[in-house]
Design a protein around this ligand. Sequence first.
Ligand SMILES: Cc1ncc(COP(=O)(O)O)c(C=O)c1O
Length: 381
Amino acid sequence: MREVANRLELLPEYLFAELDAAKASYGEGVIDFGVGNPDRPTHPEIINALVRAVADHNTHRYPDYQGTLTLRRDICSWYKTRFGVEIDPETEVCVLIGSKEGISHLIWGLVNPDEEVIYPDPSYPVYRNQTLLAGGSSTPAPLLEENQYLMQIQRLRATQKTKLLILNYPSNPTGAVSTPIHFSEAVQFARSHNLWLVNDNCYSEIYFDDPPPSVLSVPGAKDCAVEFGSFSKTFNMAGWRLGFAVGNPRMIDALKRIKTNTDSGPFTAIQRAAQTAIELTEGIAPGIRKLYKARRGTLLSGLNRLGWIMPPPKATFYVWARIPKKGQTSLGFAKRMLADTGVLVTPGIGFGEAGEGYVRFSLTLERAQIEEAVDRLAKWL
Ligand SMILES: Cc1ncc(COP(=O)(O)O)c(C=O)c1O
């Protein structure tokens, strides 16, 4: 009998088969807060820039592996304006086919078999799963409500085997934002234990109060850290697949060495359109923030009226909510709620053990649907 690779067994079982079955059996009319997939179209000027770029046959050849120099320069200027951080476009930035691709490849470029990666729990599952695929061991660091979901850096333990610390602020799924002091603690911890540090900053522009900081603003951070950014959320460009990594040149080089042996970079036409996106950031991002803020308000005020109380997220388009019914798992609760009301949320256990007891609502739905969901839940809760 032919076998597939053993490493596939390292990946967790797909938890949500029962939820998928419940969704299919509910049929039409499910209100799906499950997937974090921006629902609004990309801005027409970005689309026009793409159309022009596609018509130019110079974009049809293999792209530059690390991204076009013009886009890299634009990313660096944006970093300077937004975060006050100087990035060298030659050695400290790499354009990606989405930040997911870069996070995965960077882990492969940094982590040897048996080396340890500390990652946030709950979090985007890619950090843990790519660590396991690369043969590393993954250690969850819990993000707790009582700490405003900030990773407790002073409680982390590093050994000789610890190689990488991953942060994700603004945080999916909790919506938490880090602070300059918290980021400084993380940089200090990484430097004193000789670790690499990553902050996945792909929700940096989806915020509701003060703009979230960059870990690279901490003095000395570039000695050990890289940050990821994404066009997916800021510009409703999730399907286009474009992101970037900036920071420590050795880390960027490790990422590029894996990348050049795996993919050939994002389509040059998309990179050109991305320059238009960056130019229009101040025209586009405030509208996107306003949209999610209104949706957040509709969901939170609706749920609060029903007695389901949760802190408002400071950033991202997610609402992270403790389950209001005692004694149920997050999966059991989500399945019951879906079967009874047709409202679908993601069970917190899907983001790690510390996510148990919570569910995640994604705000990528129109307000009318959010209102309808609250009406349905009113009868149920
Ligand atoms: C925390 C986090 N990081 C990275 C990604 C991947 O984004 P991209 O579209 O840039 O690959 C996501 C997507 O949902 C995410 O939630």
